[in-house]
Design a protein around this ligand. Structure first.
Ligand SMILES: [Zn+2]
Length: 289
């Protein structure tokens, strides 16, 4: 009985952080009897372009990848605001929070994170996650010789990705051949690869910043006990998923270019990766020249 009251309280408290939780629910689609591969986008409200391009790829390539769990619009809160963060109501008044930083806590989480955690728990065979975000920052960041951070103009065509993995079982080495093939296909199509820190704000309250990205690639060695930043993509590693990738699509390119980038990511990286980790799948190589 005590447990049920605890659960009720925790449900209530996460609903209370935002009234939208009463009217909206996170939508998902699953295929196959046991989903193994999770596709995820739209946790940030200003990243609709990546969600649309990801959905579009699955519409064109309906049955290419089996056993998927797809969450195209992870955050169902009002999209018309087109702001990255969401409002959480606290005793001190409204507070703007990053919706992708509330996956690690036991309670007091953002309601969207709670629903996504429930959906993932209903699919206990998930092995890896592929997450799509958009990068809107016009500035890049790098360290100067004196150790201070300087900004530079970020190429609006530039791509980068994170590779989060369980460091007890795996390394980034096994990913590099795939990444190199992705990187060369992207540059052939006129995209560039970002190098520098992913993000920097001179604010001690910012939870995650200064992740070093080298030529478009940022490894995040983690383990089941080392929860990096409260994001969905790091939370899944603590839940036993083998690997999660975040693809940062540049937000200032056209919808067609976003679709092209995502097509290349599937053909050069995701499908070859799935064939590497699950040889039983034997997925057809599509569009590979
Ligand atoms: Zn994002």
């Amino acid at each position: 009985m005590a447990l049920n009251i605890e659960k009720l309280f925790s449900n209530l408290s996460c609903k209370l952080v935002n009234i939208e939780g009463f009217n909206h629910h996170v939508q998902f689609e699953s295929s196959g009897i046991s989903s193994r591969f999770m596709f995820f986008s739209g946790i940030h409200l200003d990243e609709k372009g990546a969600s649309v391009a990801l959905k579009n790829w699955f519409e064109k390539n309906e049955s290419v990848i089996p056993d998927t769990l797809k969450v195209f619009q992870a955050n169902p809160e009002s999209l018309k605001r087109k702001k990255r963060g969401v409002t959480r109501w606290t005793w001190h008044g409204p507070e703007i929070i990053d919706a992708n930083r509330y996956f690690g806590n036991e309670r007091g989480n953002y309601w969207v994170a709670e629903e996504i955690k429930t959906i993932a728990a209903q699919h206990p065979n998930l092995k890896c996650a592929f997450s799509f975000h958009e990068e809107a920052d016009k500035k890049g960041y790098r360290e100067k010789d004196d150790g201070r951070i300087e900004t530079f103009i970020r190429d609006p065509n530039s791509f980068y990705m994170y590779d989060a993995f369980n460091a007890e079982e795996s390394t980034s080495d096994e990913i590099m051949p795939l990444y190199n093939s992705l990187a060369s296909a992207l540059t052939k199509q006129g995209f560039s690869l970002y190098s520098g820190f992913d993000d920097y704000k001179n604010d001690p309250k910012e939870t995650v910043q200064l992740n070093p990205v080298d030529n478009g690639y940022c490894p995040q060695a983690s383990d089941k006990n080392n929860f990096l930043d409260g994001s969905f993509e790091n939370w899944v590693i603590t839940q036993g998923m083998k690997r999660s990738f975040v693809f940062e699509i540049p937000s200032r390119i056209s919808e067609e270019r976003k679709q092209l980038m995502i097509k290349i990511i599937f053909e050069k990286f995701i499908i070859p990766f799935l064939n590497q980790v699950c040889p039983d799948l034997n997925l057809p190589n599509i569009g590979i020249d």
